[in-house]
Design a protein around this ligand. Structure first.
Ligand code: 5AD
Ligand code: SF4
Length: 463
């Protein structure tokens, strides 16, 4: 029976680790998407269970983690720059451990420690449970690497520690990975296969957040519309629309958001569920990526411009008050002036509230990198990007102007950066609204009448 370890021995080992690490400080820095923010909260939870506490002061750290993003080359370059700073620190404090975690760790694997000698740990997004072992290995002076991806890991039983939260709004990860395989995208390689988390654990997490005083949750997944929990015993499945409804029913004062939706998979059932519950926020992030059907095909997005237009129409019909945002990549392989014009026309027709816009960045090992040439010159990418940014900023102002005179329920998130006499919060549509402080405080719902707008913010008065 050599392989059977008694639970007591595991418990004892855990407390030995905890004691050994007591007083040790973790400094963690997070780059990339909301999913990474949620992952850092899991990592902190696991580390605290192992005796560590967190610090905001890098000079006090015994261990530095950098949770990384690989989505575009410039994200990776920024992280490389930060690593230089950490390495400099380690030269003055040799016992300091440096760990690279997340997407870049997964993409580069052991190459990272070969290229950046002072890194001690390299940990992919599905290997965080192994942290206590990896820390021990690193403390013994060896390089600690775990970049195994999993088909099942959802960290369902780990309670995230909201170490940098505003106490009002929290992320809940409902699924991991992505099976879409868009031709430009590194995510399927860094985050692995798509898997959904047990709805019971999601609901329990949301209920606990309400008890802890949170007022808003954002359900996170790379493609939430593919959320699908199979209850093998009951022989039934549970869809995203059902999950959304269950979360909305926990408490009418708890706002529910979600991200990201996928045009091919977003159903009218989800839109109808949104219409049914006031506390499901009226905002959909529905990345188009391009307005040209020819480019969308090359991107392997699985929908045409016409299909995308029809999804926008459905949103506007079922949810007339709903804000829509998008992501656009400009300068994808073979993109012509004609294709670019179709993206401009998409921006105008969709009348987006907000758009994130990027230049195409070729990512190693993706389908596009293997099969197509990155043939749009850098200066053309830049000028097209400027053109779409300028157009969208005009559109955002026009869209926001329509809000002047309207009243929105705002959930207060904090004091405005510009003036301590003003508060800021968000409307259901995810628009930031600034207004005079009076006696309101963080976490309050306040009705605000909009008086002025810019492309990014609304300004108003409480009524
Ligand atoms: N180059 C530029 N932008 C990209 N995105 C994803 N991959 C790339 C890439 N290779 C953008 C997409 C996606 C957002 C998160 O990042 O627009 O929706
Ligand atoms: Fe998030 Fe994608 Fe960046 Fe990974 S590569 S951090 S999944 S945006």
């Amino acid at each position: 029976m050599e392989n059977v370890i008694s639970p007591n021995i595991i418990k004892n080992q855990e407390s030995i680790n905890k004691d050994k690490n007591a007083g040790k400080k973790l400094f963690i820095e997070t780059y990339g998407c909301q999913m990474n923010v949620a992952d850092s909260e899991l990592v902190v939870s696991i580390m605290m269970d192992n005796g560590f506490s967190t610090t905001d002061e890098i000079n006090n750290a015994d261990l530095i983690f950098i949770n990384t993003c690989s989505i575009r080359d410039n994200a990776e370059q920024r992280i490389r720059g930060r690593l230089q700073v950490f390495k400099k620190l380690k030269r003055t404090k040799p016992e300091l451990l440096i760990g690279v975690i997340g997407c870049m760790a997964e993409r580069l694997k052991e190459k990272l420690v070969e290229e950046e000698h002072l890194i001690d740990l390299v940990i992919g997004p599905d290997a965080y449970r192994d942290l206590p072992n990896l820390i021990k290995t690193a403390e013994s002076g060896q390089k600690a690497i775990n970049v195994l991806l999993s088909r099942e890991e959802t960290y369902a039983d780990i309670n995230p520690v909201r170490y940098s939260s505003n106490g009002v709004s929290a992320f809940i990860s409902i699924m991991r990975g992505c099976d879409n395989m868009c031709s430009y995208c590194v995510v399927p390689f860094t985050r692995g296969r798509e898997r959904s988390r047990d709805p019971q654990s999601i609901l329990a997490e949301a209920k606990q957040l309400v008890v802890d005083g949170f007022k808003e949750v954002t359900l996170l997944g790379q493609n939430v519309d593919k959320y699908n929990w199979e209850d093998k015993k009951a022989g039934s499945t549970f869809s995203f629309a059902s999950l959304l409804e269950e979360v909305a029913r926990i408490n009418p004062d708890l706002r529910v958001r979600f991200s990201t939706s996928y045009p091919q998979d977003m159903t009218d059932e989800v839109l109808n569920t949104m219409a049914k519950y006031k506390n499901i926020c009226k905002h959909i992030h529905l990345p188009a990526q391009s307005g040209s059907t020819r480019i969308l095909e090359k991107m392997k997005r699985g929908y045409s411009r016409q299909w995308y237009d029809s999804r926008i129409k459905s949103i506007k019909k079922i949810l007339p008050e709903c804000a829509i945002s998008s992501d656009i990549i400009t300068g994808f392989c073979t993109e012509t002036e004609e294709d670019h014009k179709e993206t401009l026309s998409l921006l105008t027709e969709a009348g987006y509230d907000m758009v994130f816009m990027f230049k195409y960045s070729e990512r190693p090992n993706t389908y596009a990198e293997k099969k197509f040439e990155d043939d749009v010159p850098e200066d053309v990418k830049s000028s097209r990007l400027t053109e779409i940014i300028n157009l969208q900023s005009k559109i955002s102002v026009e869209v926001n102007k329509k809000d002047i005179g309207k009243t929105f329920e705002v959930l207060v998130e904090g004091v405005s950066k510009k003036s301590k006499d003003e508060l800021y919060g968000r409307s259901s549509q995810n628009k930031v609204i600034i207004f005079p402080r009076k006696d309101y405080k963080k976490g309050d719902y306040v009705n605000i009448k909009v008086t002025k707008v810019t492309s990014a913010t609304l300004i108003g008065e409480s009524i």
